[in-house]
Write a protein that binds this ligand. Structure first.
Ligand code: SAH
Ligand code: AVI
Length: 387
């Protein structure tokens, strides 16, 4: 179920929003709403941000409950990484991005700094959509480039973590007067079909992808940065890329940030930092379950593990039970018994090769038009278009 609520100053972020400039004037969906033909618009609040919620509290709860029940009753146990990201998880991830060991953010920043203007020229978009947007910090490099080009009208950050999303949306609105910000609270594995500005064919079963070219004020650049693609299992990755491709019209493009295979020591250190921030981030999923599903995980009872899986080409984060223990999840009426040493996987973070990325994109109907890396070839950014 989708619920849409205005992001009002007091309702969502209190004084943080105060003084934010209104910026909704250029929103293409708004124009369509006024003649009643879109029907997909959210409600505009006094700040100018529009918020589309596909994960209202009840649906978020049901989705978390289903994932935790499945994850705790399977062997080996496993939890999906999207549940790291409540307000605390968002802050912890932000701290991770500044750690000396965690190179991906800095490397991707370097690629975007060097090539944002080329990216904008290759896809002079009116709308920049960002999936898994987080704080949207690096995204400003793309917004700046599109603004320099004079095409930028709207920014659509899309994230499961509402707190970080709305804060980032408000910050962008303030920094880019005249640019409409339309935030989407949703799961990019489930709610891509209702992106603002989605082609009408996206909701029509019979429609064929890529039928209508996106030109001028309609063109969209969909960014998926940070290497978050690597947090999806291969089958989920393929389904996700196919779903993105189905949203793109001729003229639109996907910009994909992906981490590259490298020395194992550096990879493991990036996920097991000396300050223990990644360990706290890993354990945060237990806090989320405690709070939202009335569970009693003892966070001191689980140790952080980061290991390289060479066969799968991914880092695995796990939580290892440090003793025999029993955990009750009251909202699920579930008791999970953990043995001393038992490990529960909480995240994979796949590392790619440039060729492998192009092949995965091609298998999902996306042709690579450009590919960049930082000078050390640590991290990649790929621009792909529907083929
Ligand atoms: N793109 C940012 C943030 C990366 S952290 C960067 O490059 O730094 C991953 C982000 O994806 C988080 O903000 C998290 O809340 C979001 N996320 C993870 N799984 C998601 C899902 N299934 N649907 C929507 N957002 C998701
Ligand atoms: C969001 N994602 C790309 C991060 C990663 O590197 O896989 C999440 C993360 N997990 C531990 N540290 C960072």
């Amino acid at each position: 179920m989708t619920s849409r609520t205005p992001a009002t100053a007091r309702e969502t972020l209190g004084s943080t929003f105060a003084g934010a400039a209104g910026g909704g004037s250029g929103d293409p969906d708004k124009a369509r709403d006024s003649n009643g033909s879109s029907g997909s618009s959210g409600t505009e609040g006094p700040t100018g941000i529009t918020v589309d919620r596909h994960l209202a509290a009840a649906e978020r709860h049901a989705s978390l409950a289903a994932d935790v029940r499945a994850g705790l009753t399977s062997q080996p146990r496993e939890l999906p990484p999207k549940w790291f990201y409540d307000a605390t998880g968002g802050l912890l991830f932000d701290r991770i991005t500044r750690l000396p060991e965690y190179y991906p953010t800095r490397r991707e920043h370097a690629v975007l700094t060097a090539h944002a203007d080329e990216i904008a020229a290759a896809c002079p978009a009116a709308t920049l959509v960002e999936l898994g947007s987080g704080t949207s910090e690096k995204t400003r490099l793309l917004l700046d480039a599109l603004r320099r080009l004079g095409t930028l009208r709207r920014f659509v950050p899309f994230d499961v973590d509402e707190a970080t999303l709305l804060q980032a949306g408000a910050d962008i609105l303030r920094a880019y007067p005249g640019v409409a910000v339309r935030a989407v609270v949703g799961d990019f594995e489930r709610h891509l079909g209702s992106l603002p500005g989605a082609p009408a064919r996206a909701s029509a079963a019979s429609a064929s992808p890529g039928a209508q070219p996106a030109v001028g004020g309609d063109r969209r650049l969909v960014a998926f940065l940070g290497g978050t693609i690597g947090n999806l299992q291969p089958a989920a990755r393929a389904a996700f890329l196919r779903a993105v491709r189905d949203q793109l019209r001729d003229g639109d493009a996907l910009l994909l940030g992906a981490d590259l295979v490298k020395d194992t020591g550096r990879l493991v250190a990036a996920y097991d930092d000396s300050a223990g921030v990644t360990a706290a981030f890993n354990r945060n999923v237990l806090s989320v379950i405690n709070r939202e599903l009335d569970a009693d995980f003892d966070l001191r009872g689980f140790a952080h593990v980061a290991a390289w899986n060479a066969e799968k080409s991914w880092i695995e984060m796990r939580l290892r039970s440090v003793r025999d223990q029993e955990v009750t999840v009251r909202a699920l009426d579930l008791v999970a018994r953990f043995e001393d040493g038992e490990q529960m996987r909480t995240e994979i973070s796949a590392k790619f090769t440039l060729d492998g990325l192009r092949a995965e994109l091609a298998a999902s109907g996306l042709a690579t038009s450009r590919q960049w890396t930082d000078p050390d070839r640590d991290f990649s950014v790929t621009l792909a278009v529907p083929d």
